[in-house]
Design a protein around this ligand. Structure first.
Ligand SMILES: Cc1cc2nc3c(=O)[nH]c(=O)nc-3n(C[C@H](O)[C@H](O)[C@H](O)COP(=O)(O)OP(=O)(O)OC[C@H]3O[C@@H](n4cnc5c(N)ncnc54)[C@H](O)[C@@H]3O)c2cc1C
Length: 357
């Protein structure tokens, strides 16, 4: 999509970091978002119209090509994030944006994680117009340095990108002034050509974590998202659990959205470590929900997080979700075993019928 849009001077702003390995249907089904969501919003904001095949084989159109509508139930948004459980998306009309005239980016290094997290929260709440604002804790920075061979200090970093058609340097100066309250040790900005060098530590993070410790595997990919006012305390909580359970939990992610990604590294031959990791992961998710956030900002519930659906939404809301499922897929044909808590035990979604003989 980026290649096609790029030929016309356009781009697709909510593309996830995994955009080059994701399908458009998968992004829509997962309510994906990306590094630029802090400025441009998530995929739902860029989907106009969908063609969807329902469980009974009928084909419907949800939404329209107009930028707004008050007509009927909003089925388009119902399918966005439905994880393939309500219908199969077979066509999508997406909005695109014009490429900004000016793009600059860079990074700020901080002595402590508290400073880095507070700086992000302050920048967002002060209305700094960033197109990306991503955080890496010191552990993630170490892993990234080891993988990329960069000689950055192993300390918390905030990566930034700015988009504008004019006046970009004023916005960068405003950002620098806000971050200055949190004592950055370095604040570096580059134009588009040099930006890849500055951003490499963030871009290569997934393989960097994967390869860091040959004795450990990447378990429990965390995706909690909290109100930006809770961002610093949530990330500090995750790090405190790493200490309490004696685990390695590198934290990173789309900080401007309050999205904390983390990985828990686990020795697959150590059942005690695996159990501690599972408990720490649960406690991070429970805390995110407690402070008004969500178990998953962009990866979806799938199988891994169905145990948190009721804690996040309440039994009545989950029952309302089941009512939608029963109405559109009464035999639980589409993507069975996903999303609803009872499917963890191999049951159908409550109230759906066995397939007709
Ligand atoms: C390294 C890495 C980085 C990532 N970064 C991000 C990120 O920045 N933001 C983000 O949001 N996610 C991210 N993800 C998660 C994931 O890649 C995205 O959510 C992506 O959009 C999923 O698309 P997919 O095509 O891979 O879907 P799949 O994983 O194949 O499917 C996801 C779900 O959607 C359903 N589905 C697929 N196609 C359709 C369709 N046509 N109609 C209905 N249902 C369908 C599937 O049944 C499944 O339940 C990341 C993953 C990795 C590994």
């Amino acid at each position: 999509i980026e290649a096609a849009a790029g030929q016309h001077g356009l781009f697709f702003p909510p593309l996830p970091s995994s955009g080059d390995i994701s399908t458009i249907g998968g992004m829509i089904a997962n309510a994906a978002s990306g590094m630029q969501t802090v400025k441009y919003g998530e995929i739902a904001d860029w989907v106009l119209e969908l063609e969807v095949v329902l469980a009974d084989g009928s084909v419907i159109t949800a939404g329209s090509k107009a930028v707004k509508t008050s007509s009927g139930y909003n089925l388009r948004d119902l399918f966005v994030g439905s994880e393939g459980t309500l219908g199969v998306v077979t066509r999508a009309t997406l909005e695109l944006a014009g490429r900004p005239e000016q793009i600059k980016g860079g990074r700020a290094l901080f002595a402590t994680l508290d400073d880095a997290a507070a700086a992000v929260s302050d920048a967002v709440r002060s209305g700094v117009d960033v197109a990306k604002i991503e955080l890496l804790d010191a552990e993630a920075a170490t892993m990234s340095n080891a993988y990329t061979g960069a000689d950055l200090p192993d300390q918390p970093m905030v990566f930034l990108e700015f988009h504008a058609d004019h006046g970009i340097d004023d916005e960068i100066a405003f950002c620098e002034a806000v971050l200055a309250d949190h004592d950055p040790e370095r604040f570096e900005i580059a134009d588009e050509e040099r930006m890849d060098d500055l951003w490499r530590a963030r871009k290569d993070l997934a393989p960097a974590i994967d390869e860091y410790d040959p004795d450990r595997v990447f378990r429990h990919p965390g995706d909690v998202t909290v109100p930006i006012s809770e961002y610093g305390t949530l990330i500090a909580y995750a790090k405190s659990l790493a200490g309490e359970y004696d685990l390695s939990i590198p934290c990173f992610g789309h900080a401007g959205d309050g999205n904390v990604h983390y990985a828990i590294l686990v020795d697959p031959d150590d059942p005690d470590e695996a159990a501690r990791a599972k408990e720490a992961h649960s406690r991070i998710i429970e805390r995110a929900i407690e402070v008004g956030g969500t178990a998953t900002g962009e990866h979806g519930i799938g199988q891994g997080k169905r145990g948190y659906l009721v804690a996040e939404h309440g039994e009545e809301a989950v029952e309302a979700m089941r009512a939608v499922k029963r109405a559109l897929d009464p035999n639980d044909t589409l993507n069975p075993g996903k999303l609803f808590p009872e499917t963890a035990d191999g049951e159908r979604v409550k109230g759906t019928l066995p397939d007709a003989e």
